[in-house]
Design a protein around this ligand. Structure first.
Ligand code: PMP
Length: 395
């Protein structure tokens, strides 16, 4: 593979990509086609929660591949049942539907809420979502998202997603009508710039939705699966939502997502929901390995400790370079730069030699960090010192 000429023309353009081909990963490190190594603090956008080439996941993949890859979704399979039971045992939910991507899990959540509205609220169908929220790239989840420009990109939108402002309960109240069936919120807005909900907002939102007979959906595609230092971020707010969606980290890098609901809300009847790969044993077997590793003694405590370390390292950079600040929960954190130098820093970090650094900039004035949850303290310090070098160059 070394120095293979790149022929990228056959891949449909969706985004500018550097002329790099990634060929191998191990833990917090990625290697490209020329053998250059990169310290990976993106990890597939918070996907590889256990880093690259995690031995437990590889063992689960190998043994399940030999046993059974796809019996068809018409039948139960063992990994599907085991993972569903693991997730319900460690959450406030009773039922799980497995999907392949975060967007698909969210589509399922939207459908479930609308179905519940048909049965329980005279056909109420509106789901209040938030400005700068991100829920996926299908038409309904784009409509649910509050990303600027997305309202007109593939117009007309799917109707029924009024927008409120995060951490502003009165803006939610202003959106409520007789047609409101649910509120859908990210406990930490990821793509919007790593903006956590405040505990008061989340608790008041839960109380409000309960009082008004409105469902609360938490989109934990990015914040779930140990990322914030608890198995699910909602736990840290002391609330119990009605519906939760998972993606990214739950599969540790393989396409696995989940829609979870309480018994009171799980009202699909035959024909309402499905999908060829739902509950696929190859993916759910990996999900079991991921969740078991997240639940191992001390693992989540270590995520919290590493989150503190990353926070302290970022705070030092804030002080040294008079940046705006840092924020986040656990190992989902952002450095607010105060200037729109994020994309430039991402490029400089990647292109530096001999070793590159992979970070990302979901908004031009900030950097986002989503390392493997089992990354080492040394890697966190190395990342901060590499970033320090780049900030010095820019100063
Ligand atoms: N919800 C949230 C909160 C996300 O961050 C994302 C992905 N960035 C999605 C949904 C969509 O997930 P996927 O790309 O797997 O469809």
């Amino acid at each position: 593979m070394t120095n293979t000429p790149l022929n990228t023309a056959a891949v449909m353009f969706i985004t500018p990509r550097p002329e790099l081909v990634m060929v191998q990963g191990e833990g917090s490190w990625l290697t490209d086609q020329n053998g250059k190594r990169y310290l990976d603090f993106m990890q597939g956008w918070a996907v590889n929660c256990l880093g690259h080439a995690n031995p437990g996941m590889i063992a689960a993949l190998n043994s399940q591949a030999k046993l059974l890859i796809s019996p068809s979704p018409a039948f139960y399979n063992e990994p599907m049942l085991r993972l569903a039971n693991l997730l319900t045992a460690h959450s406030c939910f009773d039922k799980v539907f497995f999907a392949n991507s975060g967007a698909e899990a969210n589509e399922g959540a939207i459908k479930l809420a609308r179905k519940w509205g048909q049965l329980n609220k005279a056909g109420a169908f509106e789901i209040i979502t938030f400005d700068h929220g991100f829920h996926g790239r299908t038409l309904a989840t784009m409509s649910a998202s509050g990303k600027p420009g997305w309202d007109s990109m593939f117009a007309p939108q799917v109707a029924g997603f009024p927008k409120a402002n995060l951490n502003d309960l009165s803006s939610v109240i202003a959106c409520i009508t007789d047609n409101t069936v649910a509120v859908m919120v990210e406990p930490v807005q990821g793509e919007g710039g790593v903006i956590p909900c405040t505990p008061e907002f989340m608790q008041n939102l839960r109380q409000l939705t309960q009082e008004r007979n409105i469902l609360l959906i938490v989109d934990e595609v990015q914040s779930g699966s140990g990322r914030t230092g608890s198995l699910f971020a909602y736990e840290q707010f002391g609330i119990k939502p009605d519906i939760m969606t998972l993606g990214k980290g739950i599969g540790g890098g393989v396409p696995l997502a989940a829609l979870l609901a309480t018994d009171a809300v799980a009202c699909f009847v035959a024909g309402n929901q499905g999908g060829t790969y739902n509950g696929n044993p190859l993916m759910t077997a990996v999900g079991i390995s991921v969740v078991e590793q997240l639940l191992a003694p001390q693992f989540l405590a270590q995520v919290q400790a590493k989150g503190e370390l990353l926070r302290n390292e970022l705070r030092q950079l804030v002080a040294e370079f008079q940046l705006e600040g840092e924020r986040g929960m656990g190992l989902l954190r952002a450095l607010m730069l105060g200037r729109e130098i994020g994309p430039k820093l991402v490029e400089m970090a990647r292109d530096q030699n001999p070793v590159g650094l992979l970070i990302n900039s979901p908004q031009p004035d900030l950097l986002r960090f989503m390392p493997a949850l089992n990354t080492s303290d040394d890697d966190i310090r190395l990342m901060a010192s590499m970033l320090r070098g780049l900030l010095k160059q820019l100063a």
